[in-house]
Design a protein around this ligand. Structure first.
Ligand code: SAM
Length: 225
C-alpha cells in the first residue's frame, strides 16, 4: 500500500496574486518536476508545505551569524520567509530563487525594499553565481530523488571556498511518486559526502511542532578541492 503524505502546516495571510505570466513563459519546463505544477499550486493557494514564517532551526542559525554581508541563496524558496527574515535582520546580500513566478511576485510586494535584482525566476540547476551560504528549506524534498546527487553537486559548485549549506531534510519515508519525497541520513550522506564536511548533521532539536522528530538539521561546509 502506498501511503500518500501531504504537507502538514498552518497557513498565513495571503496577498493578492498579480499576473506574472510574461516571466513565467520564459521558463522552460523541467523534465523532472513540471514547473506548471508548482505555479498552478501557488495560483490556487495550495501551498501546504509553507509554514508561514522562517523555521525555528533556521532562525536560530541565522541569529548567530555576525557577518551581515554574507552572500546567501535560498533556492526553491517559494514565498521566501527565510529571505524576509534575513532582510529584516539587515542581511544585505540575500537572493531568492524559484521556478514559480507567483511566490516571487508576492514576495516582492510584501518586501518592497528588497532588491528586485536579488529575485531569480530560474531553474536552480541552471543558476550560475557564487555564494557564501545556501539555505535549504523543503526544496530538496521537492525535487525528484534521482536528482539528489545533482543537487549536492550544484550546491557545492555554487559555493565559494569554505561556503556552507544549511537547512532541514526529512528523516522519514514519505511519498515515492510525488513530492514531498523523504529519506534518511544514510541515504543523504551518499549524495553529500563527496562534496561536504559536516559541521552538524543530526536530528533537529528545535523543529516546529508538526515536524518534530521528523527532520534533520544539516550544516555542511564545502570541501576544499
Ligand atoms: C515544497 S516547495 C518549498 C518552498 C519553500 N522553500 C517553503 O518551504 O515554503 C518547493 C519549491 O521549489 C520550487 N522548485 C521546484 N523545482 C525547482 C527548480 N528546479 N528550481 C527552482 N525552484 C524549484 C517550487 O516552485 C516550490 O516553490
Amino acid at each position: 500500500m502506498i501511503i500518500s503524505h501531504s504537507w502538514s502546516n498552518h497557513k498565513y495571510q495571503k496577498t493578492e496574486i498579480i499576473d506574472f505570466s510574461a516571466c513565467y513563459n520564459q521558463i522552460q519546463l523541467l523534465d523532472m518536476e513540471p514547473v506548471a505544477n508548482w505555479e498552478e499550486q501557488y495560483q490556487q493557494n495550495d501551498d501546504r508545505w509553507d509554514i508561514g514564517k522562517v523555521s525555528t532551526p533556521l532562525k536560530e542559525y541565522f541569529d548567530q551569524l555576525i557577518n551581515k554581508n554574507l552572500k546567501i541563496l535560498i533556492p526553491g524558496g517559494g514565498n521566501g520567509h527565510e529571505a524576509t527574515y534575513l532582510h529584516q535582520q539587515g542581511f544585505t546580500q540575500v537572493y531568492l530563487l524559484d521556478v514559480a513566478p507567483t511566490p516571487l511576485k508576492q514576495f516582492a510586494e510584501r518586501n518592497p525594499n528588497f532588491d528586485k535584482q536579488h529575485l531569480h525566476l530560474e531553474n536552480f540547476f541552471d543558476h550560475d553565481s557564487s555564494y557564501d551560504l545556501v539555505v535549504e528549506q523543503t526544496f530538496f524534498c521537492a525535487i525528484n530523488p534521482t536528482h539528489r546527487k545533482a543537487y549536492a553537486r550544484k550546491v557545492s559548485n555554487l559555493l565559494n571556498p569554505n561556503g556552507k549549506l544549511v537547512g532541514l531534510l526529512w528523516s522519514v519515508d514519505l511519498n515515492t511518486d510525488h513530492p514531498p519525497y523523504g529519506g534518511s541520513k544514510s541515504e543523504y550522506r551518499a549524495y553529500f559526502d563527496e562534496y561536504f564536511s559536516y559541521l552538524y548533521f543530526d536530528n533537529a532539536r528545535n523543529s516546529i511542532k508538526p515536524r518534530a522528530n521528523r527532520e534533520l538539521f544539516l550544516l555542511a561546509q564545502k570541501q576544499a578541492i
